[in-house]
Design a protein around this ligand. Structure first.
Ligand SMILES: Nc1ncnc2c1ncn2[C@@H]1O[C@H](COP(=O)(O)OP(=O)(O)O)[C@@H](O)[C@H]1O
Ligand SMILES: [Mg+2]
Length: 292
């Protein structure tokens, strides 16, 4: 192959393949010419490199999958003994004939509180690992989003009362906000945002949930008059395990996984979540979900 034009063309072809491979595209099929020439070893070498890389990716995916499955099983297995532990502590604390000293009661309450937090952590970890395995398998149903919100808000009324927090729900009456989605995942998402709003409220605060339906979307606004999120920590709050410094001071309860899970769910429904917040003043979370 002495023709400089032909050599240039072959080199350009090889460089283009190399660039695609370097960019992660391993779908390139290197076909060898029937007659061997000076370029043949290069093509053979490149083909072997691509095959080795494909093999490595398959192996890594398999290892990740196994690790993730191990993690899911481990988290699942932890739930039963944890549940037993909580039940035992609950029973002894409720037993008036147990004659516990004040000191013993305090210690047992601390253990009970830890068992609840651990259960929450295990449950959240299980949800995260399932999400990351792509195991998003709850069946879709035609649900009325407004209805789920009404029910979820009602569930929080006693938590709100304990902190003298006023719960306000502004929701369109006689309007159906129907959409095909996973009912449990949706109520879990609303649950997470609302539980944050109440948890990070101060005494006598207000939490307002407003629902607005447009032709194509459903918009939610959940605002509180709570502790707010420090400006420099705001970029991190959807990151796994992240809890802002003021949130950690405010309460020990929390895994830092709630908002990560919520955002993953909302992304899967083609929606988005964002917020505005001011320290000591409060936070407002916005959710927008297309109605398909
Ligand atoms: N309504 C809110 N008011 C103040 N801070 C909030 C609010 N919602 C979320 N955050 C901040 O975002 C962090 C992440 O939220 P989340 O993932 O739900 O974790 P947590 O388990 O702490 O509730 C919280 O730890 C807190 O710092
Ligand atoms: Mg939370």
């Amino acid at each position: 192959m002495a023709n400089p034009h032909a050599i240039k063309k072959r080199l350009a072809g090889l460089i283009s393949v190399l660039n695609k491979v370097a960019g992660g595209d391993l779908s390139q099929n290197i076909r060898l010419a029937k007659t061997k020439d000076e370029f043949t070893p290069l093509y053979v070498g490149l083909r072997r490199v691509i095959e080795a890389m494909r093999h490595q990716i398959v192996r890594t995916e398999l290892i990740n999958k196994r690790k993730s499955q191990f993690f899911t099983t481990a988290a699942h297995e932890l739930r039963t003994p944890l549940g037993n532990m909580r039940w035992s502590l609950e029973t002894i604390l409720d037993d008036e004939s147990a004659n516990l000293s004040e000191n013993a009661k305090i210690i047992l309450y601390q253990a009970y509180d830890s068992s609840i937090r651990m259960t929450q952590l295990v449950n959240d970890l299980l949800t995260v690992s399932k999400l990351e395995e792509g195991y998003f398998v709850e069946g879709k149903k035609l649900i009325d989003i407004c209805d789920v919100i009404r029910k979820t808000v009602a569930l929080f009324s006693s938590d709100a009362k304990k902190k003298s927090v006023t719960l306000k729900l502004l929701i369109p009456k006689n309007k159906h906000c129907k959409r095909l989605m996973e009912p449990f995942f949706f109520s879990e998402a609303i649950n997470n945002i609302l539980s944050n709003a109440i948890k990070y409220s101060k005494m006598q605060g207000t939490v307002e949930i407003a629902v607005e339906k447009t032709r194509r979307t459903i918009k939610l606004r959940i605002s509180d008059t709570g502790i707010g999120i420090p400006k420099n920590e705001q970029p991190n709050i959807f990151t796994k395990f992240f809890r802002a410094t003021n949130a950690k001071k405010h309460t020990k309860q929390g895994t830092g996984l709630g908002l990560y899970i919520v955002r993953e769910y909302i992304k899967k429904w083609g929606g988005r979540i964002w917020f505005v917040s001011k320290i000591h003043k409060g936070s407002t979370f916005f959710v927008e979900i297309p109605l398909q």
